[in-house]
Write a protein that binds this ligand. Structure first.
Ligand code: NAP
Length: 267
């Protein structure tokens, strides 16, 4: 029996994914940024879990997460790249990247790349949690990566778009390897995404109360983690859709993946 690895598993959609997997009797590795929050979520969820503490906005964090997964004796059945961040103000990481780009793009692609050999060995199903909002994004990699023209709504869309571009390049590279990689818009749910630090947070929270409950957010990513026929595909919840044309440029896809690869190799 293998392991299901879920990043950002302590809250929101990641916690819902972990909960659904545990209900199916699966064993779950919860990759969480904060040890205490991760421990509390694991206790609440029960089942068989392991906690790997890693900040996926940093190279060391991605390497630590990969090492935690590599240490598993049993196969890596699925890797669910869920951790994500919606920035409300411009903030840069130590190595100069805009923070949501670091989490959504570098952390997501970096972890998949760090585990690449293991994914191929175990014929892992990789599900990346994307966002339909990416169609509002601008694929201007140089500006997006540094947050040069930061905007509290567009930047999130930009970083989900560049991540999707890189994931398409990675999926192409993995064609025929046995790895099944898909990207999914999970639906819209009342989570902590994009809340914090703004005077109108109470209003945002109020609006979100009309959205679906966070604990229902695992349905589509979990379903895809079991499917063999979805490699390279984009899903809107459980509906397979054509990739939005803004993600079609193969040179740009390559550049998005290469940036994550050189970031991971650096330092
Ligand atoms: N909610 C929606 O309606 C919606 C719609 C479309 C797509 N999505 C996508 O769904 C995914 C989950 O979002 P959510 O709505 O569940 O948001 P959330 O409630 O804010 O949860 C985000 C998760 O990611 C983790 N995370 C953030 N930065 C991290 C870092 N540097 N290293 C490791 N983990 C980090 C968070 O950990 P902490 O608790 O420690 O911050 C948390 O566990 C994201 O990829 C998001 O883009 C969400």
């Amino acid at each position: 029996m293998g392991w299901f690895v879920v990043t950002g598993a302590n809250a929101g959609i990641g916690k819902a994914i972990a909960k659904d997997l545990i209900a199916r009797g699966e064993r779950v590795v919860m990759v969480c940024r904060d040890e205490e929050r991760g421990r509390r979520a694991a206790e609440e969820l029960g089942g068989t879990t392991r906690l790997v503490v890693a900040d996926l906005s940093t190279r060391d964090g991605v390497r630590a997460a990969a090492a935690g997964v590599e240490a598993l004796q049993e196969p890596l059945t699925a890797l669910i790249l869920n951790a994500g961040f919606w920035p409300t103000a411009l903030e840069r990481t130590e190595d100069g990247y805009e923070r949501s780009f670091a989490v959504n793009h570098l952390g997501t692609l970096g972890l998949a790349l760090a585990l690449r050999e293991r994914l191929v060995r175990d014929r892992t199903h990789v599900v990346a949690v994307g966002a339909g909002l990416m169609v509002m994004g601008r694929p201007a990699l140089a500006r997006v990566s540094t947050g040069e023209d930061f905007h509290p709504v567009r930047t999130y869309a930009d970083t989900k778009l560049t991540a999707a571009l890189g994931l398409r390049a990675l999926a192409r590279e993995l064609d025929g390897s046995g790895v099944v990689l898909s990207v999914v818009h999970p639906g819209v749910f009342d989570t902590g995404l994009g809340v914090g630090g703004r005077w109108y947070d109470p209003l945002v929270r109020l609006v979100k109360r009309f959205w679906r409950r966070a604990d229902q957010g695992g349905r589509a990513p979990v379903a895809l983690a079991y499917r063999d026929d979805v490699h390279g595909a984009w899903f809107d919840e459980l509906e397979r859709r054509p990739w939005p044309p803004v993600t079609d440029d193969e040179a740009l896809q390559r550049a998005c993946l290469d940036l994550a690869a050189s970031w991971l190799a650096g330092g």
